[in-house]
Design a protein. Structure first.
Length: 240
């Protein structure tokens, strides 16, 4: 596996890749496969890195998420930076979609029968807002069938490393208790999986803690300093 790929899942010919932070063109502190245009990196480097991500899933173009930590979902047909939102859906063959993350949970949906793919981004706000269900609902509205759908959850910060104020944990008690790991720790992956597992046929998890692994970008590990964004990229092949 090459330097840019942290993990890969293939679902009936549809490639889903969790990106590492390596093998790109960006310099420190964005080194090196940064896909985010909003963190202060050089625009040419970001464009080059997006082209690398696009090529990894054999796509002809790519649309990047413009996350806002909510539950807005965008259906996209054209490349570029999407309108603000935390979910992207497409039926466009050859168009890669990427959920950017650097501790939050990037996740994806694939219906290979109806040819619909989606990516989502869930931090603690997104898990509370249930961006997972919002993406599932719009996915079905776009022509997908959940009895044909598999989900993928990419690397994120693990529960042990994600210590938060006790008041934040309490917010999850009645809304998403599955995401509570302790009185001071949240398990965002478990929160995402708790919704997806009830609706899709299978969940593939590309494991890895963004905070612990130097292979991945981590906002928390950067401790207030600039850093890049990796995430999860999916594309429908141009030929079936």
């Amino acid at each position: 596996m090459n330097a840019q790929v942290f993990g890969r899942v293939s679902i009936e010919g549809i490639q889903v890749i969790a990106l590492s932070r390596h093998g790109g063109t960006s310099s420190s502190p964005f080194d090196s496969l940064n896909l985010a245009s909003y963190v202060g990196d050089d625009a040419e480097n970001v464009a080059s890195n997006l082209a690398i991500a696009q090529e990894l899933v054999c796509a002809q173009s790519i649309t990047a998420m413009n996350a806002e930590h909510g539950k807005t979902v965008r259906v996209v047909t054209e490349p570029g930076l999407a309108l603000p939102g935390d979910g992207l859906i497409t039926k466009q063959k050859g168009l890669a979609i990427v959920a950017l993350a650097a501790d939050c949970v990037p996740f994806g949906l694939v219906d290979p029968v109806n040819g619909v793919i989606a990516v989502g981004h869930a931090g603690w706000r997104g898990v509370l807002a249930n961006v997972m269900q919002a993406l599932l609902d719009e996915f079905v509205a776009s022509g997908a069938q959940l009895n044909h759908t598999q989900a993928i959850i990419g690397p994120a910060i693990c529960a042990k490393c994600y210590e938060v104020p006790a008041e934040r944990v309490e917010q999850f008690q009645d809304v998403r208790p599955e995401a509570i790991s302790s009185s001071r720790n949240l398990d965002l992956v478990a929160g995402v999986a708790s919704v997806l597992a009830k609706r899709v046929t299978q969940i593939h998890e590309i494991s890895g803690c963004t905070f612990e692994s130097s292979e991945l970008f981590s906002y928390r590990r950067a401790a207030g300093e600039p850093t890049g964004r990796g995430g999860l990229v999916i594309a429908l092949p141009t030929t079936s």
